[in-house]
Write a protein of this length. Sequence first.
Length: 282
Amino acid sequence: MILVADSGATKCDWMFVSENEEPVKVSTIGFSPFFHSEAFITNNIKQSTEFKKRAELVDQIYYYGTGCSSKPRKAHMQRALKAVCSNASIYVDHDLNGAAYAACMGEEGIACILGTGSNACYFNGVGIEEGVPALGHRLGDEGSGSYFGRKLLSKYLYKRLPEYLQNKLENDYGLNKEIIFENVYSKPHENVYLASFMKSLSDFKEEKWVVDFIYSGLAEFADIHITSLPKHQEIPVNFVGSVAYYFQHILQRVSDDFGFTIGRIVKQPIYNLIEYHTQKKI
């Protein structure tokens, strides 16, 4: 049995695949070796009923996750997973590699992540090449859920939002300055908190103010990340993540203005990753 995982900052999708049954999908919170101890990761995964039933049957794991970009952080996640699936050989890599495999499916292209965070790379069919570094939600993550959430809340506090959005945030979340400051400055995982407000923007995704707001962030992402990559106007530019999926009508405008061609837009990379690995492409 193989186990494939795709973890962003908000959610991790897992898929158990074997010859004897239909694939089984499980979702947990997203994990990061930046923020979560090995014990926290292990204990959280072990709470899943599906893991309790299948952990000992897993002989191979392919895990792609945010923060898994260096040997120490990969080892951190490998040890946490080994404590759950003790019989498995474990492959851990950065979520950007997973995005490239899922979005490009073995073909040359550019792969972009637009979810809670953002990133982009050139994929030559085998490996990836980054143009500029990903700076995370405090310095970068242009065009991501956390980026838009940060800007949305600042406009809310400055009372610079359209009335319908101002009212929706107050009615749906009971927001005030104290609540926002506590979640952004005092509690962990402020990037996940910030990204949670994308639902409110999605509810009004055809309104001119929201369209212009989303367009400006996606255009900034394209200007910084996509244009830094080779052949960006010659090969397909593919996307994974909820922001790309739900706002693809605006993303199309950005692609027209920047002269690149959109290839695949993948909401849930886990299904493409399963296809990629079962075809034994790596």
